[in-house]
Design a protein around this ligand. Structure first.
Ligand code: ADP
Length: 471
């Protein structure tokens, strides 16, 4: 049990590690694909921008810049005239809102990119976003900044280089949100303003597209996890089954030794008794001892034959020799000889209703089958045994039901009682002697006739064994 739990624990831990590793790998694959997606679209956007510059000598923001310039000229004068600090703050806010709005609405870059992507037959479902990093109004005469958008200046300092650069500064390919692609980082300066802003695009279908690209890796991961889990379960089940069989074998050897020892020791004692002079003078005692030896020898022989026969079945096909018999008479004869052979005082009732009086059977094996069921009914009973035998025909089968009032069999044991060497584990097993072969034999015989045997039982109430044989 301890070993079983340790294996189970190790298995579950390994599976959890495997799943974690797969998730980490998948996350990496997803991120890689997502970055590839961004890089691809950034390159397309750069291409588009270069084309726009070369062909039309614009970057799509010319109108916006002119509007901002005109507005700044006016605004810097207005701001210079304001003395009240609250009024000044409100005005500054207006200015920055205006700049943002103009950059957002009065640019042609988005439309151009969209057309360009369409011509290239790639996804064009993107949204643009403009982030103003820095804005400053300049009083033209004194060249003093009159307005600085503090709110934005914290995001990125104004770049000091005076050359207007196309494209983003190094190291800012994936600047904020990983889904945003920086297409253009722009800095412009006139006599009235200085402006630094970034233009981003992001694709609404990106997640879907990247997911689709990751699907193959995801499927592979899931399949590998399923295969590993299935393999583990299969191996674990086999291991447990092997352990169960090895336990059964150990039990069998113990039981067999016990079973064989009893008649042997009786014979040994009887043999010694026969050597005693006072016994040799008494004829009656000699006969009685000889009978005992003979009875125990027969029992010993039966035991050994049973074991030999079963080991033979393992190697060769089970051979039965069928004969036509009058089924009701045949069953009654077996019951009678069971009674006369010491049925241990069991009360046996019989009820037969066969519509087909004759059936083809191997009489020797079916006798063994019924004897095993009857002796179990007596053996596994802790009161006066009452056995009901019922026989009838139904749908081309004969049914033989043997019901008893014995100790019954638990649900779990019912699944295994027909297994070789199996003995129910509940209760004191040594109280009832046996090898765990009787019911295995019953099942083999029923199957050899093309039939089967089933059990239904309630612990403490009794058991019903039903044998079915087709005719
Ligand atoms: P054995 O009797 O030698 O142990 P069997 O194969 O005949 O082997 O039976 C297997 C097990 O099934 C027994 O150990 C016993 O626990 C249970 N069993 C069989 N028949 C009965 C019965 N009529 N009532 C209760 N338990 C039974």
């Amino acid at each position: 049990m301890k070993k079983r739990n340790a294996i189970l624990f190790l298995g579950i831990v390994s599976i959890i590690i495997l799943i974690t590793v797969q998730i980490i790998i998948l996350k990496g694959v997803y991120q890689g694909k997502s970055e590839m997606f961004n890089l691809r679209y950034r390159l397309f956007s750069q291409d588009a921008l270069t084309f726009l510059n070369r062909r039309f000598s614009t970057d799509g923001f010319d109108t916006a810049r002119i509007m901002i310039n005109n507005y700044s000229e006016k605004a810097s004068k207005e701001i210079a005239a304001i003395n009240d600090s609250a009024q000044l703050a409100a005005k500054k806010k207006d200015v920055i809102f205006f700049v943002e709005k103009v950059l957002d609405q009065e640019q042609d870059l988005s439309q151009f990119l969209s057309d360009y992507f369409e011509r290239r037959r790639i996804d064009r479902n993107f949204n643009h976003k403009i982030v103003v990093n820095y804005f400053e109004l300049i009083d033209n005469d004194r060249r003093i900044p009159v307005y600085v958008s503090e709110e934005y200046s914290s995001r990125r300092p104004m770049r000091t280089d005076t050359v207007q650069r196309q494209g983003p500064p190094p190291g800012s390919v994936f600047p904020r949100d990983a889904s945003e692609i920086l297409v253009k980082a722009d800095r412009s300066e006139t006599n009235y303003y200085r402006l630094d802003f970034d233009y981003f695009i992001d694709f609404s279908n990106k997640q879907k597209i990247v997911m689709r690209d990751t699907a193959a890796s995801l499927a592979l991961s899931i399949i590998s996890i399923i295969v590993v889990v299935a393999l583990f379960l299969y191996t674990f089940k086999n291991l447990m089954e092997e352990k169960r069989l090895s336990n059964l074998k150990t039990d069998f050897i113990n039981n067999m030794t016990h079973e064989l020892k009893t008649p042997l020791s009786t014979i040994t004692v009887a043999g010694k008794t026969l050597l005693l002079p006072q016994i040799r003078e008494n004829d009656e005692k000699i006969v009685e001892t000889a009978r005992m030896i003979s009875k125990q020898s027969v029992h010993l022989n039966q035991l050994i034959n049973m074991i030999l026969e079963i080991s033979m079945w393992e190697r060769t096909q089970f051979q039965i020799d069928k004969k036509k018999v009058r089924i009701e008479d045949f069953l009654k004869d077996i019951v009678d000889s069971f009674r006369s052979g010491g049925g241990n005082g069991a009360t046996i009732t019989q009820k037969y209703n066969f519509t087909n009086p004759e059936v083809d059977l191997d009489t020797v094996y079916i006798t063994t089958l019924l004897n095993n069921l009857l002796s179990n009914a007596v053996k596994y009973c802790d009161k006066d045994p009452v056995i009901d035998i019922e026989g009838f025909s139904q749908e081309n089968n004969i049914f033989i039901k043997v019901s008893d009032n014995g100790i019954g069999i638990g649900k779990n044991d019912q699944k295994h009682v027909f297994d070789k060497f199996y003995r129910a584990s509940t209760g004191n097993i040594h109280k009832y002697k046996g090898l765990g072969l009787g019911l295995y034999y019953v099942k083999k015989i029923a199957e050899a006739h093309g039939g089967d045997v089933t059990v239904s039982s309630k612990p403490g109430k009794g058991s019903i064994f039903t044998v079915t044989i087709p005719y």
